[in-house]
Design a protein. Sequence first.
Length: 569
Amino acid sequence: MTDMRRTLLWVVFTMSLVLLWDAWQKHTGQPSMFGGGNRPAASAGAEPAAGAGTTAAPGGLPAPAVAVPGAAALPGVPVAPAAALPQSEQVVVTTDAVKATFDSVGGTLIRLELLGYRDHNRKDSNVVLLDQSGKRLYVAQTGLVTSQAGVQLPNHQTPMTAVPGERTLAAGANEISVRFESAAMDGRKLAKTYTFKRGEFTVAVKHEFTNESTTPVAPQLYLQLARDGTPPEGESAFYFTFTGPAMYTEASKFKKIDFKDIAKGNVSMDKTADNGWIAMVQHYFASAWLLQGNPQREFRTAYIPAAGNLPEHYTIAMVVPLGEVAPGATQVHESTLFAGPQEENKLAALAPGLDLVKDYGWLTILSKPLFWLLTQLHSYLGNWGWAIVALVVVLKAAFYWLNASAYRSMGKMKAISPKIMEMRERLKDKPQQMQQEMMKIYREEKVNPLGGCLPILVQMPFFIALYWVLLSSVEMRNAPWIGWITDLSAKDPWFILPILMTLSSLAQVWLNPTPPDPLQARLMWIMPLAFGFMFFFFPAGLVLYWLTNNLLSIAQQWFINKQLGVLGK
């Protein structure tokens, strides 16, 4: 039994060290030990692996193997040198929720500032979700392609003209629109209209294709998200959060796609469906293209090497056939672009499965009801910090008798610890007899050496699930608790909570029975210090949750130890 407990402790401690090292590897740009991670294996400017930067058009027409800045690996998108790209004009639209910047080349959304969400890395600045600069690329692109030979259609590299109009949401107005129109390409024109609504992070996007040529055209509309492969600035490697593309279909459900798999050309995903959406996910925020109804759609990913002043990046796209458009006819398509915070309930209302971009991992089945309970407590208390404290109290109350059983077992172990230590010293040269004598003591004292471990292991999934709830919930951003804690999603600026959490963990070790093995005993004191170091980098909300759990555990364990008369032994 003692060997088993020692093995469990070593497994926990070793896995903690492995996860810490893996997080550091990913944080410094090295590949993950587990083959995952957010950073691609390919280096900037490297040639894509076979199939990485290419895709097939309907009918088998290959796309370009090399792309220019912002170009997608989509059929029909021209490949021109960076110097040949047309001059652009930037158009800025401001609402009460966002400040959106468009490039007249392609009518592309190239920057989106989320008003009301403060940037942790820059004081007095808002979160910039979408951005196109020398170091970053994260944009929403759309355009038309076709498999018809010799037919060129407007795409996200086509110069467009912004129709004059209001650029700021007026007081009392509920929405504002901006429209871009392309010049005719052999009589074929595309217009894009973006409509923003007050207080919302969704954008209604209308595409109007007009065929003024003399021949029918069968265009396909692509809705695409392009992003470089680096995590958000300032993101801690200890969070283990995901950055990258994602998609959803009813057949395969929610699927995250690693950048490195796109670079290698070995992405496994649904190619076509009559449902689903695509997204780009990062900690707290996401963007997604959503379609109305059930039109057939094709899903594509691509790796774009670095070119010009833009970094290497990755794309995920949906391609939708618009049907044959006769000469003189116009085809209209409406879609929705979401770009904003991962507010779970609002995302669920936008599209099936969209709330899954708020990634709880494999404990989603527990995390969702815990988040619901947390929001209910917040509705009564009005403070997310106190809601966290209340939720931990509720969980500890629910598991009170299970914990009592564990602490009672540990109390008994603490009571017989002197007898065990004396026996080990006396029989240290006779290991087999030592084990037999130890089992005899356990039987006589009616003590189960694993009695303190198993009840705690039963509860661990719930507390791990709560950990992911607090780590993933954007509601914690800018949410104050008391005094110096003004943002539960940021580190404690004075490190008071991490210090108290570490001290509380050490107090728990003191209350627990001393392991008979000296090495195991030292390990018991080292583990709180190792975990305490990690918590110095964690959001204050997470540390508050763990500290509250520790304090309640200490109170219950102290009470039981006092009942058993082993306090201080």
